[in-house]
Design a protein around this ligand. Structure first.
Ligand code: PLP
Length: 279
């Protein structure tokens, strides 16, 4: 590899036509973190700041082929999954990851179990939850559910930090190496606690809770930063700490867009972004 070639990361995710979440957020974050981002597209969403009005899924074998094409030629130092849409796509992703040794004891795999948009639009078929739990979680290095996803996956309706710990333990039973239960949706908590569990001990990542309505793409951005840090060789606790630091700044600098919910921003990482092309 040339001296200028950075570590390579792969996102297996859906497209958000509004550019706020999904693979667009992942690529933006990868770039801001100094890694080369690649994509295996699972679905095209018709989406703007007001919500998702259409989903067109990509054939499972084409999703698998994208993963294998980049892994066998370019190489992948860490991968993440976002919107996977259907049980058939999840099975295809699991098979392709096995063939190119992503996940398990191989290349780190971060699984963000995306199930719905913040407007409540479904991004995962209901019958795909079993596939997520049975086929992808056992291969995952880390899973990163928010509290809505925790409820769907475990039935636990987390209302306190104590229940957040119970949920992490329940999720660890599905076989991922690490579990990160994000506390952003614990609305009564004055701070935002993300809880990392390795099957025996907890590490707490505490941050401020912003009065910020424009948080579209926040889950993708956090998981992408962690993926980029893992690609650069960080250990999991360090990678999550960097993800937390990145998302705090990205939420702080989020911006309104359209008539609905705007995205978190990675522009703070590029200090001359406003002036680069004009004096
Ligand atoms: N659209 C796509 C393609 C996504 O992957 C995601 C989340 O991962 C979303 C929408 C939802 O983002 P949000 O929860 O910020 O609405």
């Amino acid at each position: 590899m040339g001296n200028n070639t950075p570590p390579r990361t792969l996102t297996i995710a859906g497209s958000d036509s509004g550019g706020g979440a999904g693979l667009q957020a992942d690529l933006r974050t990868f770039f801001a973190c100094g890694v080369h981002g690649m994509t295996a597209i699972t679905a095209v969403t018709v989406q703007n700041s007001l919500g998702v009005t259409g989903v067109h899924t990509i054939p499972p074998e084409v999703v698998a082929a994208q993963i294998e094409a980049v892994a066998t030629d370019i190489g992948v130092q860490a991968a993440k999954t976002g919107m996977l849409a259907t049980a058939e796509i999840i099975s295809a992703v699991a098979g392709a990851c096995d063939r190119v040794r992503i996940g398990g004891d191989g290349t780190p795999l971060v699984v963000d179990p995306v199930s719905a948009s913040m407007h409540g639009d479904p991004l995962l078929h209901e019958d795909a939850l079993d596939a997520l739990r049975d086929e992808l979680f056992p291969r995952a290095t880390l899973i990163t559910p928010n509290l809505d996803e925790v409820r769907l996956l475990t039935g636990i309706d987390v209302r306190s930090r104590a229940e957040q710990r119970d949920a992490a333990k329940a999720l660890a039973e599905y076989g991922s190496r690490w579990v990160l239960v994000k506390g952003g949706h614990l609305w009564d908590d004055p701070e935002c606690l993300d809880l990392l569990y390795d099957g025996s001990g907890f590490t707490e990542f505490l941050g401020p809770r912003f009065d910020q309505e424009h948080t579209h793409g926040s889950g993708d951005t956090l998981a992408s930063t962690i993926t980029a840090a893992l690609a650069k060789g960080a250990d999991m606790v360090d990678a999550v700490a960097r993800g937390k630091a990145f998302i705090i700044e990205s939420v702080r600098t989020a911006y309104p867009l359209g008539g609905g919910v705007g995205p978190v921003s990675a522009r703070w990482r590029l200090p001359d972004a406003d002036t680069f092309l004009v004096d």
